[in-house]
Design a protein around this ligand. Structure first.
Ligand code: GLN
Length: 308
């Protein structure tokens, strides 16, 4: 028997399937493997219920969605002060790949834009014989509740077309924000961007954030509470780049997008929302992802500002 929430999601999905604006991300013009029409919506609650409709089991790459989780890992491993010394918590309102570093110090505005994420990636070290990227993939997998992996073809395409991110890594190194080899940092960054997930995984990852770092389906503690609270706060102002203000007013949930077509939004204490649809707008945000999140926020009353 279909539940009311499943029936609601099915109608929303059918309605928004008509929307075909936007273009599919192709690193450096390389052909994309993504089906432009793919579309999935998934909700996961903090008590472990998962509701899904459409293409929720199709894999795509995290891209910038990984920034949320790497920031939490760095905050856990190094503590807030050490991370804050390298990356600020100010909204930049900039495009994701903007060369925006503070004058004089080179400190990126926040961990949600590429400059900040490169700095964060450089702070994460491997331990106990495990490389930094293994540590990151472990945490991502714990958040999703299944073993995730890097897509080597996507990683190779990203690396071949990474001049701008490479330049950013060197610039950060010139300010000593990055202290390791910039090329190694860039490769680790591109690897975690190239981790493959499904829309269902992403909803469970969002629900893990909503649940203070404990995966509500597996009960595994993937992240610590204080870093999760910090990450959600920064997502609020900076997760959607130069569209963050419009998001905050229309959707009212901390959120993050990736150019692979994934969008996640979090209602702390209650649920995680994930949408997968590869056509993206000029900000790099999924067109259907933004529309579906807006509708869900309005119709299920998820906006954090509710006066009555
Ligand atoms: N790998 C992409 C980049 O670094 C991710 C960008 C994104 O998803 N916004 O340019």
């Amino acid at each position: 028997m279909e539940s009311p929430i499943e029936s609601y999601l099915r109608h929303l999905h059918a309605e928004l399937s008509e929307q075909r604006d936007g273009t599919v991300y192709t690193p450096g013009g390389a052909p994309s493997l993504a089906n432009p029409d793919a579309f999935g919506i998934c909700l996961a609650t903090t008590d472990g219920q998962v509701y899904e409709v459409g293409d929720t089991r199709t894999e795509f790459t995290l891209q910038s969605l990984s920034k949320v989780f790497t920031y939490a890992v760095a905050l856990s491993d190094l503590g807030f002060d050490a991370v804050d010394a390298k990356v600020d918590v100010e909204p930049s309102g900039d495009p994701f790949n903007e060369i925006s570093l503070a004058a004089g110090t080179g400190r990126p505005d926040n961990a949600m834009i590429n400059a900040g994420a490169l700095a964060v990636t450089s702070l994460i070290k491997g331990s106990g014989g495990k490389s930094a990227i293994k540590r990151i993939v472990r945490v991502l997998s714990d958040c999703a509740g299944r073993e995730l992996a890097v897509s080597e073809p996507v990683f190779t395409a990203e690396r071949r077309h990474s001049d701008r991110n490479h330049a950013l890594a060197y610039l950060l190194s010139s300010f000593d924000i990055i202290e390791d080899d910039p090329t190694t940092v860039l490769e680790n960054y591109l690897r975690h961007c190239s981790v493959q997930v499904t829309c269902r995984d992403l909803a469970i990852m969002a629900a893990t954030l909503a649940n203070g770092g404990t995966n509500p389906v597996t009960d595994v503690q993937a992240l610590d509470l204080a870093p999760v609270e910090r990450v959600l706060s920064v997502m609020m102002t900076s997760g959607m780049y130069d569209d963050a203000g419009a998001w905050l007013t229309a959707v009212g949930m901390p959120a993050k997008s990736g150019v692979g077509g994934g969008t996640l939004a979090v209602l702390p204490g209650q649920l995680g929302v994930a949408v997968f649809s590869p056509r993206i707008d000029a900000h790099g945000n999924s067109v259907r992802g933004s529309l579906a999140s807006q509708r869900l926020s309005q119709e299920l009353e998820l906006h954090f500002v509710r006066a009555a």
